[in-house]
Design a protein around this ligand. Structure first.
Ligand SMILES: *Cc1c(COP(=O)(O)O)cnc(C)c1O
Length: 346
């Protein structure tokens, strides 16, 4: 018997597809793929892959082989799946029979994969100093044993206007000419907005597919995909002076009603929303009062006196706005939404 959820994530298919199309258009001659690591930033990778395949997306990126193993059957033949964190020795048994390909991140991984006869991608370190082969280490390497599909790099600051962007671009252009690859790729969501010099053959948006806006150029083309919705467990009446929640961080300044919601920081709605977050019903704003608890939140329902136990309210979760309010990054806000939300696609 299934138990009805008390919190849901409302997910808009049309918004996801519209965001991918917008990023694909903005990528010019390049094709937009999709970063679906971390369960498609928490929204559910299998559903996201199915929908984006239908929209025409042909390149998907996960972080590791466990994630790849959960998506391979959807991808088979229809598209490509790349594993960004590379291939460890312990990944080899799985990787050698997988439909996914590793993104080789070091000379060790290059040697590990050489001679397998299987395709791969390669990551160049153009200045972020996270994963990737240093350009200086490429010269003198015999890469002819590799069947390289995408030669890629990753920008550290694409959401800012800093000289590191053109510097990394220049380093990538030089280094990628030393690798025989079918295609080149540099841009994440933010870098797509940096212009055609950054697009190469394929782009790799993640955040903006899911409603994140890392640069103002994307303001008018990216729309919200995910909205948390939560049930009211109890409505109560406060007298002026009554205290609410842990450490009494809200004290009623007048007599009014509040509602207690079935959601909390264990669901990824962190305490940085305490006294700041907003819920709503029919465009009526219902502010969070006091501390966010692990499983519960108190909201002011003065504006919506009709609300009762069992009614549902929406959480304001426009990512740029919620980021401003909470001080959390848009990435943290979307990937942090927990497993207690029933994910429902519309
Ligand atoms: C996560 C990731 C992306 C997607 O980045 P967004 O900023 O979410 O668009 C692209 N490329 C690499 C290598 C990544 O790790």
């Amino acid at each position: 018997m299934s138990v009805p959820p008390s919190a849901k994530l409302r997910l808009e298919s049309a918004a996801l597809i519209s965001n991918w199309r917008a990023l694909n258009d903005l990528s010019g001659d390049a094709c937009a793929g999709a970063a679906v690591k971390a369960d498609a930033y928490g929204l559910g990778a299998r559903s996201v892959v199915e929908k984006l395949l239908q929209a025409g997306c042909r390149e998907f990126y996960v972080a590791n082989w466990r994630e790849a193993s959960e998506l391979e059957d959807l991808i088979s033949g229809a598209a490509q799946l790349s594993v960004l964190n590379g291939v460890r020795e312990s990944d080899m048994p799985f990787a050698l029979q997988s439909l996914a390909k590793p993104v080789l991140n070091s000379l060790e991984q290059v040697h590990r994969w050489a001679g397998t006869g299987r395709p791969c991608d390669i990551m160049i370190n153009s200045g972020m100093n996270r994963l990737g082969v240093n350009p200086g280490d490429l010269s003198g390497q015999d890469l002819t044993q590799l069947d390289v599909d995408i030669c890629m790099s990753h920008l550290a600051c694409a959401d800012e206007d800093v000289v590191q962007n053109p510097d990394q671009l220049a380093a990538f252009i030089v280094a990628s000419d030393m690798v025989t690859a079918k295609r080149k790729s540099l841009a994440n969501s933010a870098a797509i907005a940096l212009g055609s010099a950054y697009h190469f053959d394929c782009t790799r948006p993640g955040l903006s597919l899911y409603g994140g806006i890392p640069r103002p150029e994307l303001n008018d083309i990216i729309v919200q995909v995910a909205t948390p919705q939560v049930e009211i467990l109890q409505v109560r009446s406060l007298k002026a002076g009554d205290r609410v929640g842990y450490n009494a961080q809200y004290i009623a300044d007048r007599d009014h009603d509040i509602a207690i919601l079935a959601m909390g920081y264990a669901d990824g709605y962190l305490r940085s929303f305490s006294g700041k977050g907003i819920f709503s019903v029919q465009d009526i704003s219902l502010p969070v009062l006091g501390r966010v608890s692990m499983d519960l939140i108190a909201i002011d329902v003065t504006g919506a006196p009709q609300l009762r136990e069992g009614d549902w309210v929406d959480c304001a979760y426009d990512l740029p706005e919620a980021s401003k309010i909470s001080g959390l990054s848009q990435y943290e806000l979307i990937t942090g939404l927990g497993q207690r939300f029933a994910r429902e696609w519309y």
